[in-house]
Write a protein that binds this ligand. Sequence first.
Ligand code: GDP
Ligand code: MG
Length: 437
Amino acid sequence: SLSERLDSAFKSLKGEGRITELNIASTVKEIRRALIDADVNYKIAKEFTDKIKDAAVGEKVITAISPGQLMTKIVKDELTQLMGGNEVELNAKGNPAIILIAGLQGSGKTTFSGKLANYLKSKKGFSPMLVAADIYRPAAIDQLKVLGGQIGVDVYSEPENKDAVAIAQNAVKEARTRNKNVLIIDTAGRLAVDEVMMTEVANVKNAVNPQEILFVVDSMTGQDAVNTAKAFNDRLNFSGVVLTKLDGDTRGGAALSIKYTVDKPIKFISSGEKMDTLDVFYPERMAQRILGMGDITTLVEKAQAQYDEAQAKKLEKKIRKNQFDFEDFKQQLDQIKKMGNLKDLMGMIPGVGKAIKDIEISDDAFKGIEAMINSMTPYERANPDSINPSRRTRIAKGSGKELVDVNAFMKQFEQMKSMMKMMNKMPMGRMGGFGKR
Ligand code: GDP
Ligand code: MG
């Protein structure tokens, strides 16, 4: 990671009292390379590192932290500032509030529209309505309807109408009739910036006067993302940016480049195709992510949101008495599953994201295990020792697995239990255990 590289670049600095221009040169190069690796535009990376140099030169090196850590902090703070400092709230006040979604085809507009509706409905108590204003692809209406159905949000469409402006205007009236207080208008995109698309979105904008115009951009498109953002902003003067496809290990350098180029706040980041994978954009977390520091804060928050103290205490007690059984195991699985996509979660742990980038980790990995536990009787779950060969054969049949799978799973479970036993015997006591903060 960058912080490790900074540490080694700074080896030579140990013993000196302050950071000087001379001993910072190699470090600045490392930072620039890391930014470019994270897809930050070269010119922006250079301007940024020049700034860092100014901020760092003269800083006192103290023994409590390594110079590398100090530099990482300076870089992180500067990056955070550059990306806006603080999160910027969505303006959803209006009768109805109108949110216009714009961007290239395939950038993730329709998916985001669904996620935003879901977010506003389930997290903010709004009553949203989605509008299908992509008049070129009939499938686009169906796509939005499917998403609307999943999240229980009305979708307004006029399949025969080829006038996006009229559809949007009619939708506003309809929203008032149906008492919807926020309207999300999903528009058509093209593969490249073109005049017809821009005119159309601009016309919709002028007709309905939205509170928010959100520009949706695929964070994996790197340098192109910046040019597209500029073209859309010149024409629409949008109010915020949404970065999509920030899945797994995507570093998010586009966030920095776009903010730097168009100076509009990034409001949401989105990853994966599930409707609940939308997050408010926090500049500091993104800075940590770009620097390869891992999105620990998000991970901790997600874990805390799912943390059930009473259950954890009960579990701890059982582990201590070496009574951990299959029912407890299943509850742990459920907890992990509630936290969301397994690979995304693991990707937030520093150092892990890169390692698992090309590995297929599907949530299905759990399914086999779950099936086996489900095929056990309550008595068997509570008494793992009772599961003899004939019971194993029955469990295999019931779960659609082979006997060898059941045997392997039983063995893993036993190993896990003996590890727990060992940890119980350690002088420090329970060593973190399960479900602890
Ligand atoms: P639109 O043409 O801008 O409306 O884009 P869509 O919403 O139809 O998305 C295009 C494709 O990208 C679809 O296959 C989506 O499922 C996928 N997609 C959208 N957002 C994300 C995301 O955040 N992560 C991933 N992995 N895929 C996404
Ligand atoms: Mg679409």
